[in-house]
Design a protein around this ligand. Structure first.
Ligand SMILES: NC(=O)c1ccc[n+]([C@@H]2O[C@H](COP(=O)([O-])OP(=O)(O)OC[C@H]3O[C@@H](n4cnc5c(N)ncnc54)[C@H](O)[C@@H]3O)[C@@H](O)[C@H]2O)c1
Length: 479
């Protein structure tokens, strides 16, 4: 998440760790009620200051060329991700913000309207997106960052109102919802980009196009491993002065303020961490393997958090089977929410090499390991597709503890992927969308592609419930 990612970590949290003697669930329950305490106020204010600093740091967009067509933009859902996207869009030339819609009029809506005002975008705020669509006829494109269970309705109504749409992942919390979004895009002929932003990340594109497809550095990929490990996160809350009246919460499908702030964990609203976090990376599995999965088996559990407020699994382990164009492959994925060690990455292992990659620019951004038996990579080093190798340290024979068994594989040399993203993570994907709106690019993640990922990911929760191995039919991935 903030990706879900960093952003969710950065969200306003309702507390911090308490005395070690408390039972885990008691502790977390306690944390979720901390709003009354000074600690919550401190966390809330610290977070506000952090967000403020981030926004101030957003560079003004470079001057737009005189002939650049201006695009009128509206945002639906001005929460954590809506704000991250807004900050990225403020760096893209040729955009004119017109409206912000958010049901949390007391806080998130006001904050993003004010932020945009500071950057000289005079926008109108709306609680109801239908009123916004009725009144704001000039809008060309709508960016949707509402909770997953609203995506289908928001997207379909915007497409039908003639708008081009960028909708955050997960496309929908149900397959029916995702399917109806694909159909609406097709019927209206409007663009629908889904927010799997790695599809536009220059490092991922370089790895797919240059390293895997052209140079074939991994040979045949047979196994894949990926993870998103996240440390314990207290429930999100809100200060009393910003509470939303119950009637309004109910009108928009939330039973109370806790569910409104923590919708990801609730059935019928989000899909839990496997959908929230896993969908980004399972999307890459299919992209890089050139195939959708044929089978899935999964195990998951509510191992740590209060199951009454965390209805989805906090820990999930998945094994997919793929029939790739080069042969069968197996892919493991895990997401857990109680220890953030080693963060998030994907690791593709072929018979000639390994690619370890992450969206993170600081942890595992991109390493390659050539299998000692694979052909030399000199040509690709000269072409700057990969860096020169950093030779692995040879252990001294005198170091008894380091004497390797003669049957151990020789440790391969490490190369790096020489492509970094210096912009905010979501900027290239948004830029690709706006380029497509101007007719100058094809979408990198159109609805049909995101639908395939939704099929693969949503099936995991089904497989956990079924307690067995489930099959996909080829037709499952098509609308
Ligand atoms: N691509 C990524 O890396 C990434 C990262 C984080 C979140 N996301 C996605 O972004 C979306 C939002 O996530 P978030 O973390 O910002 O959640 P959030 O709870 O912080 O924000 C959601 C916002 O939507 C508003 N909202 C709720 N119902 C609404 C409605 N019917 N109409 C208008 N506004 C409504 C809420 O008031 C809130 O401000 C989710 O779909 C999430 O999966 C994507």
């Amino acid at each position: 998440m903030a990706g879900e990612d960093e952003k969710a970590k950065g969200k306003m949290q309702s507390g911090a760790k308490g005395p070690a003697k408390l039972d885990r669930r008691e502790l977390l329950k306690g944390l979720s009620t901390v709003p009354a305490l000074g600690l919550f106020g401190y966390a809330w204010n610290a977070q506000r200051q952090h967000q403020q600093a981030r926004v101030e740091a957003a560079a003004a967009p470079p001057a737009a060329p005189a002939d650049l067509q201006e695009i009128n933009v509206a945002l639906i859902g001005a929460g954590a991700q809506g704000q991250v996207l807004t900050e990225a869009m403020l760096r893209i030339p040729g955009l004119r913000f017109r409206a912000v819609c958010d049901i949390w009029t007391e806080y998130n809506q006001k904050r993003v309207v004010n932020t945009l005002g500071r950057f000289k975008h005079q926008v109108n705020g709306y609680e109801d997106y239908r009123e916004m669509l009725d009144k704001e006829k000039a809008i060309d494109a709508v960016i949707i960052a509402s909770p997953d269970f609203w995506h289908a309705q928001h997207t379909i109504d915007c497409l039908k109102a003639g708008k081009q749409v960028y909708c955050e992942k997960e496309m929908s919390n149900t397959l029916e919802g995702a399917r109806s979004m694909v159909l609406a895009a097709r019927e209206t002929g409007k663009l629908l980009q889904i927010g799997h932003q790695r599809r536009s990340n220059p490092r991922y594109i370089h790895c797919y196009e240059k390293l895997l497809t052209e140079a074939k550095l991994l040979g045949r990929i047979v196994t894949v491993y990926g993870q998103w490990n996240r440390g314990v996160t207290p429930d999100l809350g809100a200060p009393d002065r910003y509470l939303i009246p119950e009637a309004r919460l109910a009108q928009y499908g939330f039973k109370d303020m806790h569910q409104f702030r923590n919708w990801r964990w609730y059935k019928g609203k989000g899909g839990g961490p496997i959908v929230d976090l896993g969908s980004h990376q399972i999307d890459i599995y299919s992209w890089f393997l050139g195939a959708n999965p044929s089978h899935v088996m999964a195990s998951g559990g509510q191992l740590y958090y209060d199951p009454k407020t965390h209805e989805w699994y906090d820990t999930v382990m998945v094994v997919y089977d793929y029939d790739t164009p080069l042969g069968p492959a197996k892919a493991y994925y895990q997401t857990q929410t109680t220890n953030g060690s080693q963060g998030y990455f994907e690791n593709f292992m072929g018979d000639q090499g390994t690619l370890l990659i992450s969206e993170s620019e600081v942890n595992n951004p991109g390493s390659l390991y050539r299998d000692p038996n694979a052909p030399a990579w000199d040509e690709w080093i000269q072409k700057r597709y990969v860096s020169a190798p950093q030779i692995q340290e040879v252990k001294e024979k005198s170091d008894a503890a380091a004497i390797a068994d003669v049957r151990e594989s020789v440790a391969p040399d490490r190369h790096t992927v020489p492509v970094a993203l210096r912009d905010p993570y979501h900027q290239p994907h948004l830029q690709n969308f706006f380029d497509a709106v101007r007719g100058k690019a094809k979408l990198n993640c159109p609805a049909e592609v995101a639908y395939e990922t939704a099929v693969a990911v949503l099936k995991v929760n089904e497989a956990i419930e079924a307690g067995g191995r489930l099959s996909f039919k080829a037709g499952d991935f098509k609308v």
